[in-house]
Design a protein around this ligand. Structure first.
Ligand code: ZN
Length: 256
């Protein structure tokens, strides 16, 4: 799907790939390079030129890290990276939600605490079950970079669709994530849908997500009724609240 992919260098280490497909949301993947290795975090959705574009920019040994199994993050080009001999990591709990053509591919199991040392840039894997059972984020502690996929949303947050866990399970995950990053006061959050957030997200965005989750669970906040349409065309009712940069936190009132 050429013509919908743009690349932008954030700095010498990070390149953002943005896919603005007509048939799905805008989505971002991140090429992160160290001195010895590189990783690609997520593989966009329908874009087929991603492997070639990554190889144009980077000749280092490359692994692929999938933040979760949804089709707009584990995209069609996942197969190209596997065919080229790259290791593709995903939490095994998310393999059942991959698109059918990707389910049987060979993956490396992504686990909480797993470290990817790129040389001068070290990513720690933190499991954040909630949006999906196998959602994971990647933290560079020294530089305070956190790659989150959909695990904490980006202003729009879907916690009401098939396979999402309960809000209480999400609450436990967020509390644990916060424990790991609470001393990082310059935290830069890199989500999977940058267009949904009008500004660079920082630590306070994570705190707002935690606060909103707690308030919904306690019953202090009750969202407005809404219906969302999935990519499959199915309509799913939910409730939604907004707070600061969180403009559309969708949840299932029957799965608190
Ligand atoms: Zn998702």
């Amino acid at each position: 799907m050429d013509g919908t992919l743009t690349t932008k260098k954030l700095d010498d280490t990070i390149c953002i790939f943005n896919e603005a497909s007509q048939n799905g949301p805008q989505v971002d993947a991140y090429l992160v390079t160290g001195t010895k290795r590189a990783v690609l975090i997520d593989t966009l959705q329908a874009e087929t030129s991603l492997y070639a574009r990554v190889k144009d920019l980077c000749s280092l040994p490359l692994d692929v890290l999938l933040t979760h199994g949804h089709w707009d993050h584990a995209g069609v080009s996942t197969k190209d990276f596997i065919a080229a001999g790259c290791d593709v990591y995903i939490d095994e709990r998310d393999i059942p939600i991959l698109t059918p053509d990707l389910k049987s591919a060979a993956y490396k199991p992504l686990r909480d605490g797993m470290i990817f040392d790129l040389g001068g840039y070290r990513l720690e894997t933190i499991s954040v079950p909630g949006h999906t059972p196998g959602s994971a984020v990647f933290l560079e502690r020294e530089k305070q970079h956190l790659y989150t996929g959909d695990a904490i949303g980006a202003g729009v947050y879907w916690m009401h669709i098939p396979n999402t866990l309960s809000l209480r399970e999400l609450q436990r995950s967020l509390k644990r994530l916060h424990e790991k990053v609470k001393n990082l006061d310059q935290l830069l959050i890199h989500p999977g849908h940058r267009n949904q957030a009008p500004v660079q997200l920082h630590h306070d965005f994570l705190l707002d997500t935690i606060l909103a989750t707690n308030k919904i669970i306690s019953g202090e906040w009750v969202g407005k009724d809404k219906v969302t349409r999935l990519s499959s065309g199915i309509d799913v009712p939910c409730k939604t609240i907004s707070y600061n940069l969180i403009r559309d936190y969708c949840y299932n009132p029957n799965n608190i």
